[in-house]
Write a protein that binds this ligand. Structure first.
Ligand SMILES: NC(=O)c1ccc[n+]([C@@H]2O[C@H](COP(=O)([O-])OP(=O)(O)OC[C@H]3O[C@@H](n4cnc5c(N)ncnc54)[C@H](OP(=O)(O)O)[C@@H]3O)[C@@H](O)[C@H]2O)c1
Length: 287
């Protein structure tokens, strides 16, 4: 039996649907991460935990420490007590316990907690994921809609991206469950295309049906502007962590998914028709 934390989130919803289709017995963790009693109850009879719960979307460092770092520590303690055999954790490319970026630092800290737990683990470090209701491509388009007639390109839009379609990511996640060769491994995966932010924005806007004039904004201005903007302006759907990707490139080998899991991830242009739906302008105001 598998327990999935964060099952109601963007990745979790897709994972639960995949597990059901594959006939793999799994249940969603329904408590809060910092509730040891609830963790203890729900971990009973569990052999594998897929750990997705995160407060990343809230964009608050305090919550990251509380939910992601302390919550994972609690989870590991209770998992040891319950004799859980394996934990699969979804981390980010660039995760590093010493990173200057709070999200990547928290991810690095959680990785370390899991690696030192003594429980078999697999850590999948992935680039940002996209798909219907994401907080990535839909936000890029939403922000461009609002910044008519221009679209901002931090750093001239030169930073490279390697987005991975959420369905392909979940396919990797499901394959990991039965791969003993991935036990005690930390692997990195990303999509099959590496492209500069400017080219990515152009492609997304073309599919969504918007035209905007690109306006490069130097990193020298963007860097101090970001914390000012997000400390002062509560804009729920665009967290400050969204901006980190302009400072730390999210790229790895272009064939990482194929080498690890034996299939080619979908091309971006074939998987973004969801950007044509109405209402994207409002997505940036929602969680
Ligand atoms: N999406 C990406 O592009 C991406 C890329 C790399 C890595 N990841 C990682 O993959 C994981 C899943 O990402 P996601 O995009 O699916 O995140 P998400 O949509 O923000 O979902 C987060 C999940 O965590 C749950 N959660 C939040 N606070 C909690 C708490 N205190 N106790 C228990 N559950 C809590 C949420 O439930 P409630 O809504 O009920 O609070 C939700 O189910 C995260 O660890 C994320 O960092 C995501």
């Amino acid at each position: 039996m598998i327990l999935v934390t964060g099952a109601t989130g963007f990745v979790g919803r897709s994972l639960m649907a995949w597990l059901e289709r594959e006939g793999i017995a799994a249940r969603a963790y329904e408590g809060r991460m910092n509730n040891p009693l609830q963790l203890r109850q729900e971990l009973e009879g569990i052999t594998t935990v897929v750990h997705l719960a995160s407060s990343e979307a809230r964009g608050r460092n305090r919550l990251l420490n509380h939910v992601d770092v302390d919550g994972s520590e609690r989870l590991v303690e209770e998992a040891k007590r319950a004799n859980v055999r394996r934990i699969i954790f979804v981390s980010r490319l660039g995760a590093d316990p010493d990173s200057m970026h709070p999200l990547l630092r928290a991810k690095g800290q959680v990785e370390r907690i899991i690696q030192r737990s003594g429980i078999d683990y697999t850590i999948l470090r992935t680039a940002s994921l996209y798909g219907r209701n994401d907080r990535y491509f839909e936000l890029i388009v939403g922000l461009a809609i609002w910044s008519w007639p221009i679209v901002w390109l931090p750093g001239g839009g030169q930073i490279c991206n390697q987005p991975l379609w959420v369905e392909d990511f979940v396919r990797c996640l499901v394959k990991s469950l039965s791969r003993s060769t991935l036990i005690n491994k930390t692997i990195t995966i990303a999509g099959g295309e590496q492209l500069p932010y400017a080219a990515l924005v152009q492609q997304l806007l073309a599919v969504a049906g918007y035209h905007r004039f690109p306006l490069p904004i130097p990193m020298l201005i963007f860097r101090p502007l970001t914390p000012m903007l997000f400390n002062w302006w509560y804009w729920p759907a665009v967290s400050r962590y969204f901006m980190d990707r302009f400072f730390v490139p999210e790229v790895t080998e272009h064939d990482a998914v194929y080498r690890q899991f034996g299939f080619q991830p979908a091309r971006i242009r074939d998987t973004i028709s969801y950007l044509r739906r109405p209402g994207l302008a409002l997505r940036i105001f929602r969680r």
